[in-house]
Design a protein around this ligand. Structure first.
Ligand SMILES: [Zn+2]
Ligand SMILES: [Zn+2]
Length: 458
């Protein structure tokens, strides 16, 4: 089997893996780099060559895994696109939203490459999308009308517990099996239960390494971390301040809202409106509507009934007075420019009554990442449009991650017992940690860290 790493960057970047084996070509994920602008954010599709592609399989609907799908489809217009049935309900909304964001960035930041694709193109490729249940073996090359004449390899989506619809992907050929973790979470979250990868075994394992450089905190429990968040919110409200929790629209928003809903239901948090972003609101509805086919806790908790959700648009934001204990769970986890979360942070940061609580990753080179480490009272550079900022508000980080801890992933390697582990979706230090650990524990496993654009045989 030949594998090509299409990620343009030596970090989490944009996911994209080309597999070539037994006369078939399959692309795993077609992401976009969340920190790069314009064409530089795309996977290295040129490194995949011009030959036809049978299919694209999407692990989940986060931008770094699906955001360049229409560009991939321009190159391989006949490829079928496979995903889980839950992702099927989400994917077009994510891509259309991405067109809107790119158009806005073209106007406001002058990125002339944008949009990298249009609403029309998203609509045009949609008929090629097919959704499948978890744990169902699909003869994908037969569906993609294999030209090779070889028997079709199969593909199976396994619940990855990371976000609604997320999957690890098992590929079975005649001679080789490969498992791709996508983004995976082994522990239960408030809503989603952990990954169901129990019986996964494969010759080759492509694995995410997001938390490789993060040692476990002694005595840490997710429940305690949630309690700490509740106490912190209560304290802000006691001093009549507002709380901003910047989150990603898909996954983190709904998990955070579920905590708030449970606290309000049990009387531990005063019931009050929660302001959220438009796209986050759409995904709340999909989480609610698909609750019955999701492997999750609180299947009867309908967020849109349990909470008084109010969508915060730019007009509403400008009119809103921040004093008086508001609760914002707003899209743009890294406080990227031209988002309501960015503008809210700008308004809240100077006032010591308010608080900004991070519940997920914010890259150091983003406004969110810079704010996260900003000392109180000293001016720092926040963003191009926001300029310099002095942070007086409270700032805290809560570890409510949707990614597997590194020890769990290491145990998973021991379970899969592959011949080869390919490390991806992580910063260099994170991958290096895994490489050292795997070599030590399992000296017979070959560990690879392919460079951007590298094609290699396994
Ligand atoms: Zn993800
Ligand atoms: Zn990811």
């Amino acid at each position: 089997m030949q594998i090509t790493n299409l990620n343009p960057a030596d970090e989490i970047g944009a996911s994209g893996w080309l597999l070539e084996f037994e006369g078939h070509r399959l692309l795993l994920d077609a992401g976009i780099h969340p920190k790069r602008e314009g064409r530089a954010a795309l996977p290295l599709f040129d490194a995949a060559g011009d030959q036809d592609l049978d299919a694209v399989a999407i692990s989940h609907c986060h931008h770094d895994h699906v955001g360049s799908l229409p560009v991939a489809m321009r190159r391989w217009p006949n490829a079928h696109v496979f995903m889980t049935e839950l992702s099927y309900f989400i994917v077009e909304r994510v891509l259309h939203n991405s067109v809107n964001v790119m158009k806005r960035q073209r106007e406001e930041l002058g990125v002339t490459d944008y949009p990298l694709y249009t609403h029309h193109e998203v609509d045009d490729i949609a008929p090629q999308f097919q959704g499948f249940r978890y744990d169902r073996e699909i003869e994908w090359a037969a569906l993609a009308k294999a030209r090779s004449g070889n028997p079709s390899p199969t593909l199976e989506f396994r619940d990855a517990g990371h976000t609604l619809g997320s999957a690890g992907i098992m590929i079975r050929g005649q001679h080789t099996t490969l498992f791709y973790t996508g983004d995976v979470c082994f522990h239960d979250q408030t809503l989603l239960k952990g990954a169901r990868f129990e019986d996964v075994e494969a010759d080759i394992l492509i694995m995410e390494t997001t938390r490789g450089s993060r040692p476990p905190t002694p005595g840490f429990s997710r429940e305690q971390e949630a309690e700490r968040l509740l106490t912190a919110i209560q304290q802000v409200f006691q001093r009549n301040g507002s709380v901003l929790i910047p989150t990603f629209a898909l996954g983190r928003t709904q998990e955070t809202l579920a905590l708030l809903a449970l606290w309000m239901r049990s009387g531990r948090l005063e019931p009050q409106p929660v302001f959220i972003g438009g796209l986050g609101r759409v995904f709340v509805e999909i989480y609610d509507l698909q609750a019955h086919r999701t492997h999750r806790h609180h299947s009867n908790l309908q967020l849109h009934e349990a909470l008084d959700l109010s969508v915060l648009d730019a007009r509403k934001l400008n009119q809103l007075k921040l004093s008086g204990s508001h609760l914002f769970v707003i899209t743009a986890g890294m406080l990227s420019e031209n988002t309501a979360a960015h503008d809210l942070a700008l308004r809240m940061a100077g006032d010591e009554r308010h608080a900004i609580f991070f519940v997920g990753y914010a890259d150091p080179s983003t406004p969110g990442g810079r704010l996260k480490v900003a000392p109180a009272g000293a001016p720092f550079f926040f963003s191009t449009t926001g300029g310099e900022l002095t942070r007086n508000c409270e700032l805290q980080e809560f570890d409510l991650t949707a990614h597997a801890n590194r020890e769990e992933l290491l145990d998973f390697v021991g379970q899969v017992m592959p011949r080869v582990v390919v490390l991806g979706h992580g910063e260099p230090e994170a991958r290096d940690w895994f490489e050292r650990q795997i070599r030590e524990r399992h000296p017979r496993i070959q560990v690879l860290q392919p460079r951007p654009g590298e094609r290699f045989a396994v």
